[in-house]
Write a protein that binds this ligand. Structure first.
Ligand code: FAD
Ligand code: MLT
Ligand code: ZN
Length: 509
């Protein structure tokens, strides 16, 4: 998705440490000593670029957060990353690592005038072992390009998400992205085998192992998975890619009520067992928006009639006939049950239909952005509360007089049922402070009361920095601050996110 010029901006914030130094012409001259001219985009002399060249880097995917960076650096080697960080650390210049800039919590754009360190020029596959399926790649490789790289070897990436055409493997690791395959292949904490990371002082931490087993003390790489660029810059990733399934099928099930989702999940798990690879949920409004904005082909009127919500079920297995038989048996038993849990099911019959059914679910994010300005809440809550959390939020906004065309247009729910992860999206005509203050801390308090997580898979970024305490205990937050201080005592890495930092750059609160 191309990033448009900004229209709004609820933007830059004031939580970043003020003691960090601004970038100067002297710094640009230093970078020019070891970076190629094409690796420096800066509005500063000696060769100022037009400000619009910086715009895509200063604006996030949602068009919600606006940075004020004057300088983007695009190193081509790990050594260049190291030289940049060494200098920035000495000079106390803030650095924001940026991958594909598809993050949904404002983590990849600077809060102030930090340097944006784009990984997009670190984009080579380093090695692939077709026997073990272990892939070692530069952090800036686009997820889709890695998928394409391993496909002829009959492997797939263990992570898949709607942003695959733009997001980078380094960004996926830095956010610990969950996505559509977590149910089957688990989280990146399990599939990432090793990392190469440049620490804030320029030291290169080479843990790019291809070992499946390595119990030699602390597993340091885990700290960088999900650290959102606050501890160092990931430059290389070693990851275990699973064998490609020999057969994949999907079906969309239309349900008369949300109450049927849980019993349906139990039934589907029991009947499909080892071939179940996704169980994704979209409520009716999310479905209607996906269709309205051209994501996948609409189901027939007959199929959607009376549907309160939909579930997309995917199977991935070893033998087509066996899987199809299981799926057909499931559908038959669902439709002929005395009290059917579903109204109907639409089974894909071709690769094109398979993709189209997936697009109805994967395309919700894009559709929501086309419809208006999204407030995105990515929460873990008990499955049984998915619908009530969405409905209660809508009623809460109604009671505040904010549910109308000029404020909030829709409140929708979709997400990864199999992972207990609900995406609660509030779609507004524009970003307004009164909407935000109606939503926060309201939603975070609801999540905390359910002992859930305020960020299931998108991270904390700039959006939820203030809300960490709803999901982490004071003891845990204290330890996180200490870890941050060990790695980044000057507080140069992604300042202000996701832990508050004081004017010395040390974590406080
Ligand atoms: P960016 O957005 O550039 O950066 C994200 C964060 O990681 C920032 O804090 C940044 O500083 C840091 N970072 C980036 N690269 C590095 C690096 N090399 N070293 C250190 N820090 C780094 N997320 C999910 O979990 N599941 C989904 O299903 C999902 N679907 C999405 C669908 C769409 C259409 C979109 C737009 C987003 C979706 N996301 C999803 C959000 C998700 O976080 C990102 O898409 C992806 O993981 C971020 O990768 P990126 O390369 O774009 O990182
Ligand atoms: C998804 O599951 O579609 C992604 O996490 C993106 C989103 O929340 O919109
Ligand atoms: Zn998601």
């Amino acid at each position: 998705r191309s990033i448009c010029a900004p229209a709004l901006r609820r933007a830059a914030f004031s939580t970043a440490p003020s003691s960090l130094s601004p970038v100067t012409e002297h710094d640009i001259a230093h970078f020019a000593n070891f970076l190629q001219p094409s690796s420096i985009i800066s509005t500063l002399s000696p060769r100022p670029s037009p400000p619009d060249e910086l715009e895509p880097y200063n604006n996030d995917w949602m068009g919600k957060y606006l940075g004020r960076s004057t300088t983007v650096l695009k190193p081509k080697t790990t050594h260049e990353v190291s030289e940049i960080l060494k200098w920035c650390n000495q000079r106390r210049i803030g650095v924001v690592p940026q991958g594909g800039n598809t993050g949904l919590v404002g983590g990849s754009v600077p809060l102030n005038n930090e340097i944006i360190l784009s990984l997009s020029n670190l984009n080579k596959v380093r090695s692939f072992d077709p026997v073990s399926g272990i892939l070692v790649a530069d952090a800036g490789c686009i997820l889709q390009s890695l998928t394409d790289y391993v496909a002829p070897h009959n492997h797939i990436m263990p992570v898949d998400l709607g942003a695959k055409g733009s997001c980078q493997i380094g960004g996926n690791v830095a956010t610990n992205a969950g996505g559509l395959r977590l149910l089957r292949y688990g989280s990146l904490h399990g599939t990432v085998l090793g990392l190469e990371v440049v620490l804030p002082d320029g030291t290169i931490l080479d843990q790019l192992t291809t070992l499946r087993k390595d119990n030699t003390g602390y597993d340091l790489k885990q700290l960088f998975i999900g650290a959102e660029g606050t501890l160092g810059v990931i430059t290389g990733v070693s990851i275990l890619t699973p064998p490609a399934p020999q057969a994949s099928n999907n079906v969309i099930l239309a349900l008369p009520s949300f109450d049927n989702v849980l019993p349906l999940y139990q039934t589907v798990k029991r009947q499909l067992s080892e071939i179940l690879s996704a169980f994704e949920f979209i409520d009716r409004t999310a479905y209607d928006l996906a269709v309205k904005h051209g994501q996948g082909r609409a189901l027939s009127d007959e199929d959607v009639e009376g549907a309160a919500c939909f579930v997309l079920v995917e199977t991935s297995g070893g033998r087509r006939e066996h899987d199809e038989e299981k799926l057909n048996d499931l559908l038959e038993s669902l439709l002929t049950a005395e009290k059917p849990l579903i109204n109907t099911g639409v089974l894909s019959q071709s690769p094109a239909q398979f993709s189209s059914l997936w697009a109805l679910r994967e395309g919700v994010t894009e559709a929501v952005s086309k419809e208006g300005k999204p407030y995105k809440y990515d929460i873990s809550v008990p499955l049984s509360t998915f619908q009530s959390v969405v409905d209660d939020t809508r009623e809460h906004l109604r009671s505040k007089g904010l549910l109308h065309d000029k404020a909030v247009k829709y409140v929708i729910g979709y997400g990864h049922v199999g992972d207990g992860n609900l995406h609660l999206n509030v779609i507004a005509d524009q970003y307004l402070p009164e909407i935000e203050s109606a939503l926060e801390p309201y939603i975070y308090e609801v999540v905390a009361s359910l002992r859930g997580s305020i960020s299931a898979e998108h991270g904390i970024g700039a959006m939820k920095t203030h809300a960490l305490q709803y999901s982490k205990s004071p003891v845990a937050i204290e330890l996180m601050k200490k870890i941050k201080h060990v790695f980044d005592p000057n507080g140069i890495m992604n300042p202000g996110k996701p832990i508050f930092q004081d004017s010395n750059g040390l974590a406080v609160k």
